[in-house]
Design a protein around this ligand. Structure first.
Ligand code: GLC
Length: 746
């Protein structure tokens, strides 16, 4: 070949290698590359890819294991140099297949955002997307290219500790927030080194664990599965979701990691998921404990035949799959299909062409931009529950800051913090002491308790003095972070310890009291309300929660959050959620409770309706509720038509007016009710929301467009469609919206 031709070939090859990652990023399936590689793999190498290991320490044994192709993924290493050594070992293996490096990056890597329940309170998917994007940028610096998030379990039980990680009780809000996080984590191009594969979890129904006790059984019926628990996963899949994690729970006696119908028929065939399915930690081995598998080999067989692609941590695939194939109990076809999903993800992430992380890249961790985004998220995630003309505070007032959550850098971050650092948390007191913004403020601060669970009241004696010499008391109470999260369920969700007593003691001093709560769940705070003139609720607000809360308290920001979950009056009301069925005997609003003057009553004296004699039928605060310093009024609900054809869309509009002179943002919510269905439909369903900012006195017409798809559900025959008939539609500032109209779908 002459020199000119050689040079031309070299030039082309060089150009190709430079643009190859770009080419990969534009591909969506890599079928050719995957099939070519798969055809070269031995059964041992295939099984090795299906084996995910937890990283404990870097040693020769692990390096050799990787070199032999005995693992396809490691979780929980965060040192880029270690990642590169492990990737080098993988690249030096016979077929050079790189590793997937994974970590739980749930609501931030180093810069911590509000817990997902708090982000959901913002009703702002941009907050979730930005938070996930920043988490991906920070985490990928250390070689992490796969996170086990978003958690999109619908949760109707505040006893369950993992409600903290969820977007709450509503399928629509959960779907919108989950989709946004998938976009944020994965970016627009998975081969981009700052993109990380998302993992929608826990598939499926884990949030319905019986009694709110973690890991417990669920009994989700087929219709409820389709209409409540699956929609958030469908939305994530439609957004290009890369991976799904199976859940610990059994549903109707079948653990998810071995549920063939769930994984192959529903997730793959019906929902169209074509990414990687990974088990939750030990969940394959736990099928033995469940009583679903006789021993490890049985568990491996059940999961492999169910279509579980990668097994986290118990190594039962590594130990048993080869024998199971040789015995004809697991097919090579299933093995090959699983390995295809694994290899495809590695190609989609660009790991074959760029397995190494750049250890010299300038860090973005804790950048001003990231911290500002975390503060913005905390500002929008706070919910003002009560305000009797106490907030906003004035900087000329003397403030008594009291309580264990006022300066709690660890607990303010919330649960599922693997890498966030307490030293970077800016607490409310920290912001006062170090910040420029409030340096003129006169305040005293006494924690009184060491933590939310501290029961030592010896410092209560300090309360009267500090409050009496102040104009207003701001009391920070709630939950230390260890009270929510995985395996942290509670049977009593009152303010724990002696916090309620502390609040009462503060109120005795006769000054206005502002209660600021930081918690991982909705708490039963009805008994505390008489002792607080205002309540600002924060679901563990993250690194920048302190400055955000101060800005909200002093009116530099106006609260706009809305509740993503119902606040019950008593834990005994659980489960109580807004999108419930009407029942044949719904309790009227005036349902009498025990505290009537009747005695010796007959069986039916208080009415045979669905409610509690002692706590009635209403929650303390409904889904979607939240106050503002502004005052918003809704009027003129109009429909583009009173009759909607299946092929039509219906425009629902209403006028929102800010009747105050304070600029603010209202989350305008749209709810529907399908009055008659082939199966009963909920009394309300959220089908739209918009954050609308208005200046004082300003009005705006807010519009929503409904399609038949928005009205569709899985009916009696298990097909998804909208059913003709009458619908109510509401527009308002919570699920108790009253402005309503009716239309006919035909
Ligand atoms: C945990 C959690 C799961 C997490 C996984 C890896 O037990 O259930 O959400 O992603 O193990 O840490």
């Amino acid at each position: 070949m002459n020199t000119r031709k050689t040079l031309r070939l070299l030039f082309f090859l060089c150009m190709f290698s430079c643009i190859k990652p770009y080419l990969y990023s534009q591909q969506l399936n890599y079928d050719k590359e995957v099939e070519s590689l798969l055809s070269k793999m031995t059964l041992d190498e295939k099984i090795g890819q299906m084996n995910q290991l937890n990283f404990y320490e870097l040693n020769d044994e692990l390096i050799e294991k990787v070199k032999r192709g005995e693992t396809g993924s490691l979780l929980n290493t965060t040192d880029p140099k270690t990642v590169n050594l492990l990737q080098k070992a993988a690249v030096e293996s016979r077929l050079g297949i790189p590793l997937l490096i994974a970590r739980d990056v749930i609501h931030g890597y180093k810069t911590i955002f509000p817990i997902p329940l708090g982000q959901a309170a913002s009703f702002d998917p941009q907050i979730a997307e930005t938070g996930a994007r920043i988490a991906a940028i920070e985490a990928s610096e250390t070689g992490i290219r796969w996170t086990f998030a978003p958690m999109i379990d619908v949760v109707r039980d505040a006893r369950w500790g993992r409600i903290a990680e969820s977007p709450g009780e509503d399928p629509y809000l959960t779907a919108i927030m989950g989709e946004a996080m998938v976009r944020g984590f994965q970016g627009t191009d998975l081969t981009n080194p700052t993109s990380i594969a998302a993992c929608a979890k826990h598939f499926v129904g884990y949030g319905a664990s019986e009694g709110g006790r973690d890991y417990n059984s669920t009994s989700i019926t087929p219709h409820t599965l389709k209409n409540v628990y699956l929609p958030p996963f469908q939305k994530a899949i439609d957004a290009g979701l890369a991976t799904v994690m199976t859940s610990f729970n059994d549903n109707d006696g079948i653990p998810s990691s071995g549920n063939k119908y769930l994984l192959k028929n529903i997730l793959r065939e019906q929902m169209g998921f074509n990414g990687l399915i990974v088990s939750d930690w030990n969940s394959v081995g736990e099928m033995i404990t469940h009583g679903f598998a006789a021993e490890g080999k049985d568990a491996a067989m059940l999961s492999a035949n169910a279509g579980l692609d990668m097994e986290m941590n118990t190594e039962l695939y590594a130990k048993h799959l080869k024998h199971l194939v040789e015995e004809g109990k697991v097919s090579v076809t299933d093995i090959d299909n699983s390995v295809r999903y694994i290899l495809k993800l590695k190609y989609r992430l660009g790991l074959f062409s760029k397995p190494y992380v750049d250890v010299n890249q300038p860090t973005t961790i804790y950048s001003d931009e990231h911290l500002q985004a975390a503060k913005d998220a905390a500002l929008r995630s706070a919910v003002l529950l009560k305000n009797e003309n106490v907030l906003p505070l004035k900087e000329t007032q003397k403030i008594a800051f009291i309580g264990p959550m006022a300066d709690a850098p660890h607990d303010q971050l919330g649960t599922w913090i693997f890498d966030g650092e307490d030293s970077h948390t800016v607490t409310p007191i920290g912001a006062l002491k170090s910040g420029e913004e409030y340096k003129s403020l006169k305040f005293d601060y006494e924690p009184i308790l060491r933590s939310s669970t501290d029961t030592d009241t010896s410092n209560f004696s300090k309360i009267q003095e500090i409050v009496k010499k102040s104009d207003v008391a701001v009391v920070f109470l709630g939950e230390e972070s260890r009270l929510s999260g995985e395996a942290h369920s509670l049977s009593n969700i009152n303010l724990i310890g002696v916090q309620s007593e502390l609040l009462k003691e503060v109120k005795k001093a006769g000054k206005p009291v502002v209660l600021v709560i930081m918690a991982g769940r909705p708490l039963t705070i009805e008994r505390d309300l008489p002792y607080a003139d205002a309540v600002l609720y924060n679901f563990h607000p993250g690194t920048m929660g302190g400055p955000a809360i101060l800005d909200l308290l002093f009116g530099k920001a106006n609260p706009s959050g809305k509740l993503p979950v119902t606040f019950v009056r008593e834990v005994g009301q659980i489960p109580l959620y807004y999108n419930h069925n009407n029942t044949g005997r719904p309790a009227p609003d005036n349902a009498k409770t025990l505290y009537t003057d009747e005695t010796n009553t007959k069986q039916t004296s208080v009415g045979d309706v669905s409610f509690y004699l002692d706590s009635g039928k209403e929650p303390l605060y409904p889904f979607g509720y939240g106050l503002s310093y502004s005052k918003f009024e809704y009027s003129d609900l109009t429909l583009s038509s009173k009759v909607m054809e299946m092929s039509d869309t219906l425009v629902v509009s209403a006028i929102l007016k800010n009747t105050s002179n304070i600029e603010g943002t209202e989350v305008v919510q749209l709810y529907i009710r399908d009055l008659v269905g082939s199966i009963i439909r909920p009394v309300k369903e959220l089908k739209g929301f918009q954050r609308v900012s208005l200046k004082g006195g300003e009005s705006k017409t807010v519009r929503f467009t409904l399609s038949a798809e928005d009205l569709s559900f899985y009916g009696m025959d298990m097909t998804k469609r909208a059913e003709p008939g009458y619908f109510n539609v509401w527009v308002g500032g919570s699920s108790k919206a009253e402005l309503s109209e009716t239309f006919l779908l035909q």
